[in-house]
Design a protein around this ligand. Structure first.
Ligand code: GDP
Ligand code: MN
Length: 380
């Protein structure tokens, strides 16, 4: 479960990590008032949506006057960032930036340990830094039993070439961040950028906290901060029904069984020149009702122009899948074409059930993907 930046920053502040003063606003008027209340200036107006890269998308703007804060808030509120509509902005006293660092903690699955990462190439996409100049990221793998020890935190600062003057402050923040990563059951806890200000102080410019869903039963603070934007309602509904659904940016709706097959299906759509509208894995052994719910969720996405159902039956049975599809078709003709590829357990029985139904059946994944992409393009 992801928190908004302003929520994650509150969590940081409670742990003693310095953050800029800020207030949330949902209207331009409130944003203006927030700036006045905060005092000082300049301010920065920041879109609060559950994705990164807001800066590049125009969701972060600097303002010199409260009126300019209001103008920026007007521009940012309602903005679409990676498929999410901005309903809230965070107005902060702007930092005076001398340098931007990166500091983050996540799980390193290969090493089966948390990894702490620190880099003086902050502010930008850390994935990009990792891909192009991996040597610019210092990494440490603290013992999960001992946590990030002071000497390890200092070693990270030396490895990353943190300026001498800020070494102690950054090392201390790293230790606090590591403890928070543990205590919040985070999948990822990241400060990017961690600003070194012109006066030499260190302050969190951004914060990303993703709490492990499996830990929400004991993460009551995080649970209380859960906020489901209308655009995320479908993902939330799917989670409730027990399958994974991730909305993407294309227009070919996808339903498959098994995460690997679904990822392969996304690739097949890509290879056929199209783009998937979502990832949806109904899991193993999905029965009629699950397939029906999955199809309904995919069809609810207004972006979807065709749906590609790709089933390789193992414990999932083709006839159950067919029944789920038929029960949706029984209610109403779907607003977009459906393409299905059924293989494996009871595929033959499934195909027989679907005979005469208003959908396209193809024998191979690539053929079906090609057909789904073509139909999506035609109905655009
Ligand atoms: P993200 O793009 O969603 O990761 O949003 P960030 O909060 O990381 O902001 C992106 C970029 O906006 C930062 O790397 C800074 O360059 C800039 N920025 C953010 N806050 C401030 C601020 O207080 N002052 C100034 N001058 N720039 C800021
Ligand atoms: Mn950032």
């Amino acid at each position: 479960m992801k928190l908004h930046e302003f929520q994650a920053k509150q969590v940081l502040a409670r742990a003693g990590i310095p953050i800029p003063d800020g207030r949330v606003a949902t209207t331009a008027g409130e944003a203006r008032e927030a700036a006045v209340q905060l005092g000082g200036g300049p301010w920065v107006v920041k879109a609060q949506v559950h994705v990164g890269g807001r800066g590049k998308a125009g969701g972060i703007k600097l303002a010199k006057t409260p009126d300019e804060v209001a103008t920026h808030a007007t521009a940012i509120l309602g903005m679409d960032i990676k498929g999410l509509t901005v309903a809230t902005v965070y107005v902060e006293r702007a930092a005076t930036i001398a340098k931007e660092l990166y500091l983050g903690v996540t799980l390193d699955r290969d090493r089966r340990r948390p990894v702490v990462m620190l880099s003086t190439v902050g502010g930008m996409d850390i994935e990009e830094v990792a891909a192009t100049t991996p040597e610019k990221i210092a990494r440490g793998w603290p013992s999960p039993l001992l946590g990030l020890l002071p000497f390890e935190a200092r070693a990270l600062c030396f490895d990353a070439d943190v300026p001498e003057r800020q070494r102690d402050a950054v090392a201390e923040i790293a230790q606090k961040l590591y403890r928070l990563y543990e205590s919040t059951d985070a999948n990822l806890l990241e400060i990017n950028p961690l600003f070194i200000q012109e006066d030499g102080s260190v302050i969190a410019g951004d914060a990303k906290l993703d709490v492990d869903d499996s830990a929400l039963f004991r993460q009551h603070d995080a649970e209380a901060m859960r906020e489901v934007a209308p655009d995320e309602a479908a993902e939330e509904k799917a989670r409730g029904l027990g399958f994974s659904y991730v909305q993407l940016e294309g227009d070919v709706g996808i339903i498959g069984n098994g995460a690997g097959l679904v990822m392969g299906t996304l690739d097949a759509v890509r290879n056929a020149g199209g783009r998937a509208a979502n990832f949806l894995d109904v899991g193993g052994g999905a029965k009629e009702d699950v397939v029906r719910a999955a199809l309904e969720i995919v069809l609810e996405n207004p972006r979807v122009r065709s749906v590609f159902i790709n089933i390789f039956g193992g414990i999932t049975r083709g006839d159950e899948v067919a029944k789920g599809i038929l029960s949706v078709l029984a209610q109403a003709k779907p607003r977009v074409p459906l393409v299905i590829r059924l293989a494996g357990t009871e595929a033959e029985a499934g195909r027989r059930l679907l005979e005469g139904a208003p959908l396209v059946s193809r024998a191979t994944m690539d053929d079906a993907a090609g057909e789904a992409v073509r139909l999506a393009r035609e109905s655009r």
